[in-house]
Design a protein around this ligand. Structure first.
Ligand code: ADP
Length: 473
């Protein structure tokens, strides 16, 4: 995945929701485990401390009733039974002078803590300490307490088992936590995707519409009320846009229709001036310009009306079975001289025998418009390739040039009525050629595709249903 894709992923709502979901889940699981862990640890520690205190109480009773020798004997028995590396007992006076102790071979470096003795001397009852033993992987819990007048008992209990239990607990906790966070991320991602699925459908429809499919609508039956509302609002907006665009088209068509008569009249008046004699030179020149402009306006009006007829489905198509190579040959012949004049070579690569059912005049007009553009927008010394092929149930007609190409930002707009590329304004044209081609081809139940690279050229492909598919031989 590229860096750009990664940063785009980071900006998607479903990814952020999944991230938040797993982060909050991980934090709650961590807090729960942390509280659980501390409760367990403090319960275990309290139990250990109360065990130590009850041991000290027993020794205090023995000292009171049977004396130091019995205490020592009882300490040895207790240490042997528990394990001399697990527990030790030591008797001392308040100055730290040892009176007796159990086997201290495992606890050699542990002395009587001076601060603990001082506290006991001051009257404190039980002094607990936890001391890490250097060189060993565990600590020891120590109780210093007075069990008789001036007699200090020190009991040390190894925390090895306790610490091993804590280590196992931490290990299990980390694995469980990692697994739960991964599961939470997957579940969170899944839920977020599911929740946003409706929005993605709306986006996909919006993209389709931006490519020109204005009749598309979003399915309003969504699982989530909010998405259903969004879909309804979106469709309502599309209906409104559709009505506005339709209204604007009607206005253009009506204006075009209404303009036809006055323009024809102006044209006739200009023609009368040219026919008449004895007019000053300037008047003749003005009349000629008027005539040319009238022709241009009439061509524009007629093309807009043609497009409108083709788009609304009222264009009368005189369909016949046609070999596309014949249509292309005729059009190529017409443009051969203009191309030669410009030093452009037209390569005729279409095979014979590809049939479509189409209106010959309209199909020739469509091919001619594409070839006209190819010649117009291709500089001297370049090439134009005319090709035809069969693609499954369709016949493709290709007009490819090695000309200036179309900037990617212009591509979606070239089919719009009256749209002309910025760099194309120096050439003659009305900005209606491609709109007409598209409308005519769509009226024939076909489609048109374009691919273009600035500086390298453009390829237009018109697809029409093959005539055997349309039931015409
Ligand atoms: P125009 O009268 O301007 O040629 P069209 O509808 O035929 O109007 O084309 C619209 C725009 O598409 C043109 O102005 C031009 O910018 C671009 N275009 C069309 N065909 C080509 C081509 N073969 N090479 C480069 N640009 C093209």
């Amino acid at each position: 995945m590229s860096l750009r894709n990664l940063s785009n992923l980071g900006r998607t709502l479903w990814f952020r929701l999944a991230l938040w979901y797993s982060a909050i889940f991980a934090a709650s699981v961590f807090a729960t485990f942390f509280a659980f862990y501390h409760t367990i640890i403090s319960v275990v520690e309290d139990r250990e401390d109360s065990d130590l205190l009850s041991e000290a109480k027993e020794f205090s009773n023995i000292l009171a009733s049977k004396g130091v020798a019995e205490v020592k004997a009882a300490m040895d028995i207790e240490a042997e039974s528990e394990g001399v590396d697990k527990i030790f007992f030591r008797l001392a006076d308040l100055e730290g002078q040892e009176i007796a102790s159990t086997n201290m071979s495992s606890w050699a470096d542990l002395g009587l803590g001076k601060s603990a003795l001082k506290k006991l001397a001051k009257g404190d009852k039980n002094i607990f300490e936890t001391i890490a033993l250097p060189g060993r992987g565990y600590s020891v819990r120590i109780l210093n307490t007075l069990i008789g007048a001036g007699v200090v008992l020190q009991i040390g209990l190894s925390l090895e088992d306790h610490e091993r239990f804590v280590a196992v607990f931490k290990h299990i906790f980390s694995i469980t936590m990692a697994a739960m966070v991964i599961i939470a991320a997957l579940v969170g991602g899944g839920i977020a995707r599911w929740a946003l699925f409706g929005i993605e459908k709306v986006t996909a429809t919006a993209q389709e519409i931006s490519r020109g499919s204005f009749d598309q609508r979003v399915n309003v039956k969504a699982k989530v009320v909010e998405i259903e509302r969004l879909a309804r609002a979106f469709n309502a907006m599309l209906d409104r846009i559709d009505t506005l665009v339709g209204g604007m088209r009607d206005v253009t068509d009506n204006i075009a229709h209404d303009l036809k008569t006055p323009i024809t009249r102006i044209r006739s008046s200009a023609e009368m001036i040219l026919i008449g004699a004895d007019h000053p030179k300037e008047s003749i020149s003005l009349a000629m310009t008027t005539l040319e402009e009238c022709d241009r306006l009439l061509q524009m009006v007629n093309t807009i009306l043609d497009i409108s007829e083709a788009e609304t489905g009222i264009m009368k198509l005189k369909r016949t079975g046609l070999d596309v190579s014949d249509v292309m040959e005729q059009v190529a012949d017409v443009y051969q001289y203009v191309a030669e004049d410009k030093g452009i070579v037209i390569h005729r690569q279409y095979p014979k025998g590809l049939h479509v059912s189409a209106d010959q005049t309209r199909l020739s007009q469509a091919v001619a418009n594409l070839l006209d553009n190819a010649v117009k927008y291709t500089p001297e010394g370049n090439h134009i390739y005319l090709d035809a092929f069969r693609n499954n149930k369709e016949i493709g007609i290709t007009v490819k040039d090695t000309g200036r190409g179309i900037p990617p930002e212009d591509l979606p707009r070239i089919w719009d009525r009256l749209y002309r590329g910025d760099q194309s304004r120096s050439e003659k044209g009305l900005g209606l050629g491609l709109s007409l081609v598209k409308a005519v081809i769509t009226a024939h139940k076909g489609r048109i595709e374009v691919s273009s690279e600035p500086g390298k050229g453009s390829t237009f492909i018109m697809y029409l249903p093959a005539s055997d598919m349309a039931g015409i031989a």
